[in-house]
Write a protein that binds this ligand. Structure first.
Ligand code: DSN
Length: 442
């Protein structure tokens, strides 16, 4: 199969870049926890004629003609997502995770309303209230943090904070926290203070549907997830919600239909996505989402999700055995946060990330809780196992990877050490072809 003959002929410059990127992905070990290798079928749906279409609106309620097939595609994506997550309502149109979260703010909060979010430097996301993001600029964010000693979330502290601050929304979710989140406890707190819970499961949705992490869907008012991380789909996001707004009378009494019925939560979310924030949905991505949801509904996806966690635990154990300090001393999910402070590498996450890149191991520099340096010069490294698990790697490969990472860190980024590690990594990745049988250029 050849995906790119036409591109190679019409634009060899771009084709060459894509070819080199494929080689980089094939030869390296991809450990960025938010990245993955999607299915060939998803790549094909993404590169399809659906990119040609406009379809503002929702199935059977479009503003343009010619949407009969797009309607079928979107309805299928909705049905599959509902079956996969067991949710009451889902909107499959958000362009990506940040726009999905923005739509939830737009649906439920007014400007300057108060909400609780997980501090970015300790494991939250930009859209959970960072002062440089729309969420921190337009709304009042009260951040909760991890405990200084255990580096874990303390639900009793979050409970007290919520009682004191009385937010209108509480966000649960993570981008750099290696432990499980207690979504039920978050919902109890939210309900006690008449707040909504937004559970952002972008990182862990593959684990959730695979049964390797508990689901927030039975509890949270709204759940967002990207579709391209542990879920292995295309770039994109979805918003799931309860049908009814349990806080209608308190927070949105004025939102009523012409017949005087309260707006449902589903309606608030849908109208925030379109026409509130977005125009035409990316129909090629909707089709690719449907494809990925079908993959995740297969029984083998459960094995995949469980192997992601097994691999993360094995990698964490190997690293700790090699005297590498991990934030919280381990992991419960797909990600690991290496603490470089004890290595005398405060603020040196960037140079070590680069040295690992030279060794063929891709990670990202990351802040550690109570970061002594800065987000651009942080003291940690973030790693995760969704992508290498997609490649078929198991616990025994984690040993080789841990040894490589440890050597680079202990050498403080020495170029010769990276060079030697690269040879071992190449040997390893050769045994796990990325897209067997796929050539993108001949
Ligand atoms: N950029 C994603 C991550 O790496 O966690 C979140 O948006």
């Amino acid at each position: 199969m050849n995906l790119m003959n036409d591109l190679a002929n019409s634009d060899p410059e771009v084709a060459d870049m894509l070819l080199r990127e494929l080689k980089r992905q094939e030869e390296g070990i991809e450990l960025i926890p938010s990245e993955n290798y999607t299915y060939r079928s998803v790549l094909q749906a993404m590169g399809s004629v659906l990119t040609n279409k406009y379809s503002e609106g929702y199935p059977k309620k479009r503003y343009y003609g010619g949407n009969e097939i797009v309607d079928e595609v979107e309805i299928l994506a909705i049905e599959r997502a509902k079956k996969l997550f067991g949710c009451e309502h889902v909107n499959v149109q958000p362009y990506s995770g940040s726009p999905a979260n923005q739509a939830v703010f737009f649906a439920l909060l007014s400007l300057k309303d108060k909400f609780l979010g997980f501090s970015l430097t300790s494991g939250g996301h930009l859209t959970h209230g960072s002062h440089v993001n729309f969420s921190g600029k337009n709304y009042v964010c009260i951040s909760y943090d991890v405990d200084k000693e255990t580096e874990m979330l303390d639900m009793a502290v979050i409970h007290e904070l919520a009682k004191k601050e009385k937010p209108k929304m509480v966000i649960s979710g993570l981008t750099a926290y290696p432990r499980k989140i207690d979504f039920k406890a978050f919902q109890e707190i939210a309900e006690e203070v008449d707040a909504y819970q937004l559970a952002d499961i972008s990182h862990i949705s593959g684990l959730v549907v695979g049964g390797a992490h508990s689901s927030p869907v039975p509890y949270a008012d709204v759940v967002t997830t990207t579709t391209h991380k542990s879920l292995r789909g295309p770039r994109g996001a979805i918003i799931m919600s309860k049908m009814e707004d349990r806080l209608h009378e308190i927070h949105h009494p004025e939102k009523k239909t012409k017949a005087g019925e309260p707006f449902s939560l589903a309606r608030l979310i849908d109208s925030a996505v379109f026409p509130g924030l977005q125009g035409g949905p990316h129909d090629h991505s909707t089709a690719a989402r449907a494809v990925a949801f079908a993959e995740a509904l297969k029984p083998e996806f459960k094995d995949y999700a469980k192997q992601i966690v097994k691999n993360a635990k094995a990698l964490a154990e190997e690293l700790m055995a090699l005297d590498t300090k991990l934030v919280t001393n381990g992991t419960d999910n797909h990600l690991i946060l290496i603490d470089l402070r004890p290595e005398d590498l405060i603020g040196k996450g960037g140079p070590i990330q680069n040295a690992l890149d030279e060794a063929g191991i891709t990670v990202n520099k990351n802040t550690v809780p109570y970061e002594p340096s800065s987000p651009f010069h942080p003291s940690g490294l973030r790693l995760g196992t969704p992508a290498i698990t997609s490649r078929g790697m198991k616990e025994s490969e984690m040993k080789v990877i841990a040894e490589g990472i440890s050597k680079v860190i202990k050498s403080k980024g020495d170029a010769e050490v990276s060079e030697k590690v690269r040879e071992n990594i190449l040997e390893l990745t050769k045994q796990f072809p990325l897209y067997p049988g796929l050539s993108i250029l001949k």
